[in-house]
Design a protein around this ligand. Structure first.
Ligand code: ADP
Length: 719
């Protein structure tokens, strides 16, 4: 048997595990991705909100500084130009706020007082002359961006407010806020350390920065951010920071002051969580898949072991051995195991029943009176029973393996081949099951060369594609011998009857002639008694003549042989009716002949058959007017003829007897006859391969039926 390479149960289980787990993990990954995106959106929203809040705080501080300076500008000391007193007041204000120092500047830009420099010392001109002039002219406060202060010689933010005397601006007050104040603001807001937070002025210069302020304060914001700021007041975009780090930058800018805050979240920290979660997930997946695969492998191994443990019992069962499968770990395997055990028990009992049957068969074969020989398709002998041994004078040990033709005379070998071929043909086409047949009487050949007649019955069976034939042979030597003796004595008897009846005819005719002469020439000399004796003698001679005539025709049936030809039965019937003309006329009988076929036979014999049957129909009628009907029908491939009359009929008890020679149901005085007619009829019909019988009959009369082989079609004319 060809073994096909198919996946093992282990590999299938492993595959199943993987197929189940992978989609689950893919789902989790998708979910993670979705959550990450959601979180990111939330972070952006929060960051923009934080930027907005910080911007408001910056705006608030600037406004607060402005208000403080406005209050100070209204000081009466300025109106009387008592700058020393004003410096003291200003210093009081500085203590309460985040303004670093305050300078009083006149219209020329000259500082008249600066809280950062002791009163009376020489003061420089202002560093923000443009702003001072704008405030002087407009009379409106202004906040600078990041500028370099003249007195402090460092970067600062200047908040400038006008000092009025009546309607005229006599001075401006300039309050300085150091960038450190905004750095503090950023720190106090408490954003995560990795974020890069920037406060920028209206000219987008960095005022405070959470990371490396020393490097970047006073410089412009990142070009990417600057570009976005031109288009949007608020938003979040991915861009490169000043130190060229990819960040997601959330920013907000005050529409009132132009100051703003940007919060940069490094992309790396942004995706870090996702990466971490993904790594964790992959790790878990690998772990779970590993565990699952290991579990499937282990489980598959157990199942495979249980199934494989059935292999040996199955092989043993195939060899016909008794098997007993113990309990197994897997229920299904256990069930198969139990079935194997049950099958084994069944097999054992079937085997012993088979062995019993075989023994019984063997004893029948061995004790049979007939020779039984089994041969294979090549006619090599496989079995030779005891009867065969004695019939062919050959021991089985020698016969087995020999060709069957060894026991058939050479001249029959060709015929033997034909018989076997026919049997094989029959087997191949029509009958796949066993078939049997009876050959003609065959001739067997004993080992000593002696031939004997045998009757052979033949049966064949196809086993595993090969034909096996069994021949049952009966030695019919004694039967053939007896049959031949019988045949010989029959022939002798028939010849004797023929010769006797033929030889009797001449003396009988002489006796008849002499008696006739005696009566004609000497009647006057004879008395009544002598004349009566002469009459009785003449009657006896006539009857004896009839008897010899009938016997002669009966004997002639065998001795003269038959001349077979196509015989038109209608024509034969017509001739017979003519011959019976006298009897028909004297009894006023009606003979009806229905259409009759043409048959193959001996015309004379068939005429004699119809003559006897129609003649009897007219004769056995008593006082009725005879009516005889002759017809034929085709049935089962043969012609069934019937001769029906309306006469005295025949008791069913005598239906068989009347066909025997000399059997009569009536006396000579009732109906004259010899009792040979129906015997002749039977002989004629049988020699033509047919049967004759008296049909069961309702009403008066008798119906004789006989068959003739129906190879020729066509009923012919009617009379
Ligand atoms: P035979 O007519 O010469 O006596 P058969 O052999 O023809 O001899 O007939 C044998 C007997 O069968 C007859 O004696 C008669 O009793 C009976 N038998 C034959 N044919 C008929 C018939 N058609 N009807 C009644 N009886 C018949």
């Amino acid at each position: 048997m060809k073994s096909v390479s198919v996946p093992t149960i282990r590999s299938r289980l492993v595959l199943l595990t993987i197929l189940c787990m992978v989609p689950a993990f893919l789902m989790i990954a998708l979910l993670l991705g979705y959550t990450y995106r959601h979180q990111q959106e939330e972070l952006i929203r929060d960051s923009v909100a934080s930027a907005r809040t910080l911007t408001r705080l910056v705006d608030g501080d600037l406004a607060m500084a402005q208000v403080s300076l406005d209050v100070l500008a209204a000081s009466p000391s300025l109106q009387v130009r008592d700058h020393a007193a004003f410096q003291r007041q200003a210093q009081e204000v500085l203590k309460r706020g985040f303004i670093n120092n305050i300078a009083l500047i006149d219209a020329t830009g000259q500082q008249r007082m600066n809280t950062a420099i002791p009163f009376g010392e020489a003061l420089p001109k202002t560093g923000v002359m443009d702003q001072v002039q704008r405030v002087m002219q407009s009379g409106r406060s202004e906040v600078s961006g990041l500028v370099t202060g003249a007195a402090l010689k460092r970067q600062l933010i200047s908040v400038t407010v006008p000092v009025f005397s009546g309607e005229t601006v006599i001075y401006v007050l300039s309050g300085v806020i150091l960038p450190e104040h905004f750095a503090k603001l950023l720190n106090s807001y408490g954003l995560p350390a990795e974020r890069i937070t920037v406060i920028f002025d209206p000219s987008e210069k960095v005022v405070a920065r959470s990371l490396d302020p020393a490097l970047y304060v006073g410089k412009g914001v990142a070009p990417g951010l600057s570009e976005r700021l031109r288009q949007y007041r608020e938003g979040a975009f991915e861009l490169a920071s000043l130190e060229n780090v990819q960040v997601l930058s959330a920013f907000s800018r005050s529409p009132a002051t132009g100051w703003g805050v940007a919060i940069g979240i490094p992309m790396q920290s942004l995706t870090q969580d996702l990466r971490y979660a993904m790594v964790m997930l992959l790790g878990m997946m690998a772990l779970l898949v590993g565990l699952g695969v290991w579990g499937s492998w282990w489980m598959g191994g157990r199942i495979a072991r249980a199934v494989r443990s059935l292999q040996v019992p199955a092989r043993d069962l195939g060899r016909g051995e008794q098997v007993e499968v113990g309990p197994l770990d897997i229920q299904e395997a256990n069930e198969v195991g139990e079935e194997l055990t049950r099958a084994s028990v069944l097999l054992q009992s079937t085997r012993s029943a088979l062995a019993d049957n075989e023994a019984r068969l063997r004893s029948i074969v061995e004790s049979a009176m007939d020779a039984i020989i089994a041969v294979d398709a090549r006619q090599v002998i496989l079995m030779f029973n005891g009867a065969a041994e004695s019939m062919f004078s050959c021991p089985a040990s020698q016969a087995i393996g020999m060709p069957l033709t060894r026991f058939i005379p050479k001249r029959f070998h060709a015929h033997n081949v034909e018989v076997f071929q026919r049997q094989e043909e029959r087997q191949r086409h029509d009958h796949p099951g066993p078939s049997a047949g009876l050959t003609d009487v065959a001739v067997g050949l004993r080992m000593n060369g002696e031939e004997f007649p045998a009757e052979v019955s033949f049966s064949s069976v196809r086993k595993s594609g090969h034909l096996l034939h069994t021949l049952i042979i009966r030695d019919v030597t004694s039967r053939v011998r007896a049959y031949k003796a019988l045949e010989r004595s029959n022939l002798d008897l028939q010849q004797f009857a023929y010769v006797a009846s033929h030889d009797l005819k001449t003396p009988l005719r002489s006796i008849g002639g002499f008696v006739q002469l005696l009566e004609r020439n000497h009647a006057d000399k004879l008395d009544e008694k002598a004349l009566s004796l002469i009459h009785r003698t003449r009657a006896a001679v006539t009857r004896l003549e009839q008897l010899t005539e009938d016997l002669l025709s009966y004997a002639r049936l065998e001795t003269e042989g038959r001349k077979f030809e196509q015989v038109d039965m209608a024509a034969v019937a017509q001739d017979v009716v003519h011959l019976l003309d006298d009897a028909i006329l004297s009894s006023e009988a009606t003979v009806t002949v229905h259409p009759l076929p043409v048959v193959h036979g001996d015309r004379t014999q068939l005429a004699q058959l119809l003559m006897n049957l129609i003649g009897n129909g007219i004769k056995y009628c008593r006082d009725r007017t005879p009516q005889v009907e002759l017809g034929a029908v085709q049935k089962d491939g043969e012609w069934v003829f019937s001769v029906k009359d309306n006469g005295i009929g025949i008791d069913p008890r005598h239906h068989d007897k009347v066909f025997e020679v000399f059997k009569r149901l009536h006396t000579q005085t009732e109906y004259p006859g010899t009792g040979i007619g129906l015997a002749i009829c039977r002989r004629v019909v049988e020699s033509h391969g047919g049967r004759i019988w008296i049909s069961a009959h309702d009403g008066p009369g008798a119906t004789f039926s006989f068959t003739l082989p129906g190879d020729l079609p066509g009923p012919s004319h009617e009379t």
